[in-house]
Design a protein around this ligand. Sequence first.
Ligand SMILES: Cc1cc2nc3c(=O)[nH]c(=O)nc-3n(C[C@H](O)[C@H](O)[C@H](O)COP(=O)(O)OP(=O)(O)OC[C@H]3O[C@@H](n4cnc5c(N)ncnc54)[C@H](O)[C@@H]3O)c2cc1C
Length: 297
Amino acid sequence: MRGIVFSDKEDILSQALTFFRQKMEIDAAIYSENPQSSAEFGAKKLFFLQGTGFSDNVSDALLSIIQKENYDFIFITSTALGREVAGIVSDKLGKEIIAEIFDFNIDNSKVKTKRFAWGGKTVAEEESDCRIFTVMPGIVEASKVPEKSEVSQVRMNDSKVSLVQTIPKSSSTVDLEHAGIIVSIGRGIGKKESIDQIMPLVKAVKGELAGSRPVCLDYQWLSEDRQVGLSGRKVKPKLYIALGVSGQIQHIAGMRGSKTVIAINKDKMAPIFEEADYGVVGDLFQIVPMIVKALQQ
Ligand SMILES: Cc1cc2nc3c(=O)[nH]c(=O)nc-3n(C[C@H](O)[C@H](O)[C@H](O)COP(=O)(O)OP(=O)(O)OC[C@H]3O[C@@H](n4cnc5c(N)ncnc54)[C@H](O)[C@@H]3O)c2cc1C
């Protein structure tokens, strides 16, 4: 069995290769400026797509590799460009796609995948004959292998798109990686408006506000650059206060370096308490004002 992973982000490609190299013989294709280390993550062959790429010519180049190499599986990492390319590849090959998987196994020639459903509230486990997938970032932590990939350059045709203007995103003012105190909110806060009730604590401890993936990515109650976890920021503050965060492994992966952890959660079985130095079982909306009052006195 052979597969290929395509990405335009080197760090996400290396995570996906670390995962899929354990499942099958895997190749990689990357469209990225100056990729440094993509050849070190277990791809047998590595194709560098060269030229100025947009979804049309990147897809054409990827399709030409796929047709020549005759892969059983095609994995495209879920980035803005990757999602566009995946749609085009699926359409041109006339094959369906499963989007945003975070687990993949083959059992009796059936493919078993997992992805989030219902806005991240549940996990859908699917069995299919599907051959094309987009893969979530942060599927595992990347690890290198001693053998390097065999590298080829693929020159892309010109795109039909031309760039008229680039408007930079307003740059992030959050520096979570260097924050001394972080107050992190999870889905337990219930709704965006509840952040107003958390801000007095953030101010009282002179901390930075951060959040879990549902808070930053799925519901966008906070900006994406405030997400802590495997696919977010890796932080190491002196104090990490987790409010209504359940403490799933992907969140813990981003805050394990914290010196002291305080968790407030109404579920005494929540896994965050295994990471916490101090835990409070209760409703955060009752406990947070009490802490703020005590700090102000
Ligand atoms: C590939 C992949 C990468 C991922 N990357 C990340 C990542 O980088 N970061 C990340 O965070 N997640 C990540 N996830 C998602 C992760 O698996 C969890 O789904 C997520 O961390 C759960 O977020 P949460 O704790 O906010 O929500 P939930 O798991 O829903 O937990 C909410 C918690 O709030 C508590 N609660 C509810 N109401 C109250 C209240 N009033 N007072 C006190 N407590 C209350 C509940 O008891 C519960 O424990 C990733 C998943 C995958 C598959």
